[in-house]
Structures are given as structure tokens and as C-alpha cells.
Design a protein around this ligand. Structure first.
Ligand code: XMP
Length: 521
């Protein structure tokens, strides 16, 4: 027993708790790769760890991961995928307000498993044109509903006839006619559309598609058997989709501290916009700026808190305790922490300002705990180990670059030198500011070349679906928690023990002295 205590105290001298470690390193700002976490005695298997997190009284996620409110990361497709996996997407605001409202509606009205806007073809198109569309848009499927110019269902074009030998024929000649197409009325879907579709496919062996129509026989959606099978399997999955009380997927939206022509905060416009978002069912708004410890952001949060007492509000970004305290007192529930760590950020280079992420998170986390609010580690995350480290000090992470190459991120895939890429740009890059995000960086609404961009335009390698990327990240988080003996995120925060890593230690941490055949990720 005495030996045990001695070994524990030896460990404690080297591997320190946050409240010892960070103050002891207060002369040097540290980021993820500067530290490593010590392993601890564990009775926890990674697969048994719980990842649910509470960001505000009425905002809970089943996994602590949020996709950034950036115009190359989060629109409705990304937000749907994030919520379906238990996380949250923040729809960016680099678009007209009306468009942002409809992006939110798409997430809130999304029926899991129902393709709401299936790719359609018209009766007078040639099969050759359909083949060309499949090739150009890289579709992995070949069956399409056929509709007339008013959207009324005319039939189904089966993949069996979408072949080069029929290239010169019209869709109308080869389609399966309306009378033989299996459909269900929208209003018959009931409360559990997946169960309804599953029952349908059970009752009709060999049928793989079910079309949804309204009372006027206009096409409203499509179920495929493979999607339904995947979802019914997923229902047993550990991490359930993040839903609101009415069973809709949750969705966040970013708003800016908009100013009027006189440079004053445009309270009326902000209130109208957020009011409309709330009407569409938004679950949280994020007042997103590069400098959150500022009067404009504080006033915006106050205005929103007064008008919407129950609405969860995220605000940021800050890197200091005073900023957290200020935004908490204005009424924010969760604070974004991060200035300059992002993969596309140049704030530290351009402005000489910003704090490496682990130190910033420690300082902010202690202020947030006093105010009983959450903090979100925003930016600089490139691997699951970074997330584990971030979660020792925060309630969730916000990621841009990790998701920008996913199918669900806005923008097309481009091929360069035989590799596939997607565009990824900072919201403070010149191009993004020109498209509308200038206010976030305190720049004029119509920036000219004279403004100083604080972000770059870049590419990310295409990396497949969000499901796949998140599965890897979650596996890594659970593995980290297993090493620390942490059954949940609260225990992870309590148990974490840190030590600095030397540059040689950092090299040792990655594969070395081997010829890598396959990368670990
Ligand atoms: P990652 O590392 O996940 O970072 O790609 C995403 C986060 O970076 C922030 N962001 C910016 N920061 N200039 C900056 O200094 C920019 O142009 C910029 N754009 C985004 C933002 O917090 C995001 O979540």
C-alpha cells in the first residue's frame, strides 16, 4: 500500500493536473502538440465510454463535435450529417438571410432516410443525356424518378435501362409507367417514417425504391431500401442523432453583430433575423466574430438574451478569462475559444495576436466554470488526439478543416494531378469577406484590396462522408478516454494529467523510421 502511494506521488510529480500544470507553465503558451496526456489505471473499455455533453440547459449533444460556421464547411447537408451522428452543425452567415432561413428549415424538416430532393429526370430527355449527367456529377446510382415540368410524377427510370445501348431513346420510351411505380402519400408516413418504409420493403420483396407523393401526385421524396436498412441497423448504434423535443434534428445558425449605415448595432435587423430563425426552429445561434471580447458582440448577445430568454447562445471568439466573463455576463451560454489556431487562419501572422490553444482553453475553462457556462475549443484540430486534449478543458470542439473535404461540405470536388480536392477558405480570407463575412473581422462590408485578410484560400483532399470521418474521430476519443479510465467527459476533465513534450518526443509520437505503406488515417 505504501509502495502504491509512493508510485502515485512519483507520477503526480511528473504528470500534473490542469490546475498545477498550466499555472506552472504560465510563461509559455502551449498548444495540442506541446503536451501529452498520461495514462491512468482504467476499468473502462473504449467502446463503453459515453460522449454526451451539455452546452446549455436546453442544448445537449450526443457527441461533443460541432462543424464550423464557415461557407466551405456548414450548410444544411453538413448540419444534417452532424446532427444525425449526434453532433451539431452551425450554418454559416455568408449568404442572404432568407437563404440561411431555408437552410435551417431543411435541417429541421429533414426526415432521416427520406431523400427530400431526389435527382429527377424529364420524359423528353435522352438516355444519353442521363448517362452524361451520371458521369459528370459522379452519381453512384442510376435509377431516377421521372417528373413533368410541374413536378408531377410520371414514372421511374430504372437503372436497368440507363445503358449506352439505349442512349438515343427518350426517357418516356423506357420508363416504368406511373401506375406501376410504388408510392406512398406524404401524410401516410406518420410519426416514424423509417418504420413505415421498412414495413413497406418487408411486404414487397424485390422492390428497392419507394416514392413519396403529395395529394396532387407531385414528387416529395424517395426512400431506398439500402438507406432504410442502414438506418435500422444504426438505431442500435451507441450515439443517437441529436434531436429536439419534437424529434427533429437539431441545428445551429451563426449571426453577426450587424451594424447600420451609421456604424451602430442594427438591433432591429438582428432581432428580426434571429426571430425568423427561431420560428424555423433553430436550436442555438452563434454570434460569431474574430474578437468576441468587444462591445458589439456583448451588446448583440444582450439584445438576443433579452428578446429570447430561453434560446441557447454561443458567442466568441475569445482567449482570455475576462472575455469569457464578459460574454457570460451579457447572457451567452457557451463561448468559442480560439484566436488564430485554425488551419486557414493568419490572424497571428497578420495581427500578431492570439494564444495557442491549450493555454487559452485552460484560462477560459477556469473562468467558464465560475460562471457555470460551457466553452468550445474552436480551431486547430487536425487529429482525434487533439480532440481528446481539447475535451480535457472544454465541453465540445468546433472543427472546420477536418470536415471541409467531406461530401457534405458545400462546393464541388475538383481533380488536380489525379487527386480529388474541395475548396476550403478562411472566413477572413479576402474571397470570403467579399462574399459577406467582413463584419466578423471588423472590416468594412464591401472590402477592397486595402483590407488585411486574416485567412487563406486553400484546398482539402476529398475525404468521403462525414459518417466515416466522425467514426474515426469518435473511435480516437473513446480510445483516449479508455487510457485515462474516464467513463464520460466529466471524468475525462477531472482525470487528465499533463506533461510537456519535447520536439524529439513529438517526433517519437508519429510513425518514424519506417516506410509507411498505408497512412494511419
Ligand atoms: P480549423 O483548424 O478547424 O479551424 O480549420 C476552423 C476555425 O477557424 C476559425 N476561422 C478563422 N480564423 N481567419 C482566422 O483567423 C479566418 O479566415 C478564419 N476562418 C475561420 C473559425 O473559428 C473556425 O471555426
Amino acid at each position: 500500500m505504501a509502495a502504491m502511494r509512493q508510485s502515485e506521488s512519483l507520477d503526480a510529480r511528473f504528470y500534473q493536473a490542469a490546475d498545477q500544470f498550466f499555472p506552472a507553465n504560465n510563461k509559455l503558451a502551449l498548444t495540442f502538440d506541446d503536451v501529452t496526456l498520461a495514462t491512468l489505471y482504467s476499468e473502462i473499455l473504449p467502446r463503453d465510454t459515453q460522449l454526451d455533453t451539455r452546452l446549455a440547459e436546453n442544448l445537449r449533444l450526443n457527441i461533443p463535435v460541432i462543424s464550423s460556421d464557415m461557407d466551405t464547411v456548414t450548410e444544411s447537408r453538413m448540419a444534417i450529417a452532424m446532427a444525425a451522428n449526434g453532433g451539431l452543425g452551425l450554418i454559416h452567415y455568408n449568404m442572404p438571410e432568407r437563404q440561411q432561413l431555408s437552410e435551417v428549415s431543411r435541417v429541421k424538416n429533414h426526415v432521416h432516410g427520406l431523400i427530400q430532393e431526389p435527382i429527377q429526370v424529364m420524359p423528353d430527355q435522352l438516355i444519353g443525356d442521363v448517362l452524361k449527367m451520371i458521369e459528370e456529377r459522379k452519381f453512384a446510382f442510376g435509377t431516377f424518378p421521372v417528373v413533368d415540368e410541374k413536378g408531377k410524377l410520371v414514372g421511374l427510370l430504372s437503372g436497368h435501362v440507363v445503358k449506352p445501348r439505349y442512349a438515343k431513346r427518350k426517357v418516356a420510351e423506357v420508363l416504368t409507367p406511373r401506375a406501376q411505380v410504388h408510392t406512398i402519400r406524404q401524410k401516410e408516413l406518420g410519426k416514424d417514417p423509417i418504420a413505415r418504409a421498412d414495413k413497406f420493403f418487408n411486404e414487397r420483396p424485390g422492390i428497392h425504391k419507394l416514392l413519396v407523393v403529395d395529394d396532387k401526385d407531385n414528387l416529395r421524396g424517395l426512400f431506398t431500401m439500402s438507406d432504410i436498412e442502414r438506418i435500422t441497423q444504426e438505431r442500435n448504434a451507441q450515439f443517437k442523432p441529436a434531436r429536439d423535443a419534437r424529434f427533429h434534428l437539431i441545428c445551429g445558425a451563426a449571426v453577426s453583430a450587424t451594424r447600420n449605415a451609421f456604424g451602430e448595432l442594427d438591433r432591429e435587423r438582428i432581432l428580426n433575423h434571429v426571430g425568423a430563425l427561431v420560428e424555423r426552429g433553430v436550436d442555438v445561434v452563434a454570434v460569431s466574430t474574430a474578437h468576441g471580447h468587444s462591445q458589439g458582440v456583448g451588446d448583440t448577445v444582450r439584445v438576443l438574451r433579452d428578446a429570447f430568454p430561453k434560446l441557447p447562445i454561443i458567442a466568441g471568439n475569445v482567449t482570455g478569462a475576462a472575455g469569457v466573463e464578459y460574454l457570460a455576463e451579457c447572457g451567452a451560454n457557451a463561448i468559442k475559444v480560439g484566436q488564430g489556431p485554425g488551419s486557414i487562419c493568419t490572424t497571428r501572422i497578420v495581427a500578431g495576436v492570439g494564444i495557442p490553444q491549450m493555454t487559452a482553453l485552460y484560462v477560459c475553462s477556469r473562468a467558464a466554470a465560475k460562471k457555470k457556462i460551457s466553452i468550445l475549443a474552436d480551431g486547430g484540430i487536425v487529429k482525434s488526439g487533439d480532440i481528446v486534449k481539447a475535451l480535457t478543458l472544454s465541453q465540445a470542439v468546433i472543427c472546420g478543416g477536418i470536415f471541409a473535404g467531406c461530401n457534405e461540405a458545400p462546393g464541388d470536388v475538383m481533380e488536380i494531378g489525379g487527386k480529388l480536392y474541395k475548396q476550403y477558405r478562411g472566413m477572413g480570407s479576402f474571397a470570403a469577406m467579399k462574399a459577406g463575412s467582413a463584419a466578423r473581422y471588423g472590416q468594412p462590408a464591401n472590402p477592397t484590396q486595402k483590407v488585411a485578410p486574416e485567412g487563406v484560400e486553400a484546398l482539402k483532399e476529398a475525404c468521403g462522408s462525414v459518417d466515416r470521418v466522425l467514426a474515426q474521430l469518435i473511435g480516437g476519443i473513446q480510445s483516449g478516454m479508455g487510457y485515462l479510465g474516464a467513463a464520460n467527459l466529466t471524468q475525462l476533465r477531472d482525470k487528465a494529467r499533463y506533461i510537456r513534450v519535447s520536439p524529439a518526443g513529438m517526433r517519437e509520437a508519429a510513425p518514424h523510421d519506417v516506410v509507411e505503406l498505408k497512412t494511419g488515417n
